[in-house]
Ligand binder design. Structure first.
Ligand SMILES: Cc1cc2nc3c(=O)[nH]c(=O)nc-3n(C[C@H](O)[C@H](O)[C@H](O)COP(=O)(O)OP(=O)(O)OC[C@H]3O[C@@H](n4cnc5c(N)ncnc54)[C@H](O)[C@@H]3O)c2cc1C
Length: 380
């Protein structure tokens, strides 16, 4: 059809149609007579652009919807990249994968280093290998099991949701990932058991004097009393996140000590308390790992990859340090009351506030994810 007919059928002026074309949103071909020719589906495409502009979209904002229609979808809004809510989901999926990846590589590296530090010819090599490069990392391994499998479940679940009904049918591969992912929270030690292992191992080590816990707690007391700031200039753009991870460690230490002092003997039976404490420990390990990794990778690879890693780190820490504090509040409220509770809740004052434009960051992250994938961002 010629441009005049397209204009008549869509109610859009020929001038606007040429403008859309200049911006690559509309494509024509030249007929034998040299006039622009448009396809039947361009009617729907132009109507979609017109409707979106009518509700306040900029011309550029309409591009994902146009691409979506062009790729064969019935509706411009049915592609993940064209829906803001999907952008949030994509950004959160990518962020959690990046965090899980950071925790895994960190732990594997520590285990490797511990193994390489041993003399393979020594008579006690096997025994030390198990003790120093495997058992030593019991807490990290349990944290990884829980965090990794729950990230997988979250990602598989959201991936299915993004595809809607298609996701649910066996024609698409996501339903299989959804079914397969579920077993991971059950075998290799259920996540409930792994959650119990974390605080139990921590307390056992403190009891054995294997961790410098007393010194750490004295330091924590001093720092809380002084309202000290635990920044690190080396953390640069992640200064606040570094501090949030450090403060969260102190909150975990403080709460652990209170629980031990209150009722060490019955603590092992307080599974709901231990579950919350365990989640807090996992979250601290996750924050610490992702901040460390993003700082370690800074300057390796492109500037834009650095920016994406910084964004994922900030998004994760902004949400997670609040979650650690929430766990602390729950445990305190369940154990104390009155003046004593109020005194312990002062702990809240030491946590940095991280106001962050997470919506803008998640949108940018999703756009990068759709445009280029995140392979290079995961640079190791
Ligand atoms: C597909 C598949 C493959 C498997 N492959 C293997 C394999 O190769 N090798 C192997 O050895 N095993 C394998 N298993 C077994 C698997 O490890 C067990 O299913 C798993 O350890 C959980 O044990 P259970 O099924 O007896 O559940 P239960 O122990 O009965 O647990 C039921 C629920 O109660 C919770 N629970 C249990 N005890 C506690 C507690 N003390 N505190 C809090 N919560 C608790 C659990 O977390 C779980 O949610 C496999 C299982 C499946 C389904």
């Amino acid at each position: 059809m010629r441009i005049g007919e397209l204009a008549r059928r869509t109610g859009v002026s020929t001038r606007s149609l040429r403008y859309y074309e200049q911006h690559g949103l509309l494509r024509s071909r030249r007929g034998a007579n040299g006039y622009r020719q448009y396809a039947e589906e361009d009617v729907r495409l132009v109507s979609e652009i017109r409707a979106l502009l009518g509700v306040g979209f900029t011309l550029e904002d309409t591009r994902p919807f146009v691409d979506c229609l062009r790729s064969g979808h019935d509706k411009g809004g049915s592609c993940p990249e064209s829906v803001a809510v999907y952008q949030r989901k994509l950004a959160e999926m990518a962020t959690l994968i990046y965090v899980a990846d950071s925790m895994s590589y960190r732990t594997a590296g520590l285990m490797d280093d511990a193994a390489h530090a041993l003399d393979p010819n020594a008579p006690d090599y096997q025994e030390r290998l198990v003790r120093e490069s495997i058992e030593e990392y019991t807490i990290e391994a349990s944290a990884l099991k829980v965090f990794g499998t729950e990230t997988l479940d979250f990602v598989a679940d959201e991936a299915l949701q993004v595809l809607g009904g298609y996701g649910f049918t066996a024609e698409y591969p996501v339903e299989r990932h959804y079914r397969d992912s579920r077993i991971n929270r059950i075998f290799e030690g259920t996540n409930e058991i792994n959650r119990l292992i974390i605080p139990a191992t921590l307390l056992k080590r403190v009891g054995q004097g294997a961790l410098p816990f007393t010194e750490f707690l004295e330091k924590v007391d001093r720092e809380i009393a002084e309202g000290a700031s635990w920044g690190s200039e080396k953390a640069g753009a992640l200064e606040r996140e570094y501090r949030a991870a450090e403060v969260s460690k102190r909150i975990v230490a403080y709460i652990t000590r209170l629980l031990v002092e209150k009722s060490l003997a019955s603590l092992k039976d307080k599974q709901q308390h231990l579950e919350i404490l365990s989640n807090m420990i996992i979250e601290v390990f996750a924050m610490d790992s992702v901040v460390a990794r993003t700082l370690a990778l800074k300057g390796h690879g492109s500037e834009s990859d650095d920016q994406l890693r910084l964004m994922m780190t900030k998004i994760y820490v902004a949400a997670t340090h609040e979650s650690v504090l929430d766990g602390a509040r729950k445990l305190l409220a369940n154990e104390f009351e009155g003046e004593e509770l109020r005194k312990h809740l002062q702990l809240e004052d030491i946590l940095p506030k991280i106001p962050m434009r997470t919506i803008a960051a998640k949108t940018k992250l999703a756009e990068a994810l759709v445009a280029q994938g995140l392979g290079p961002v995961f640079l190791r």
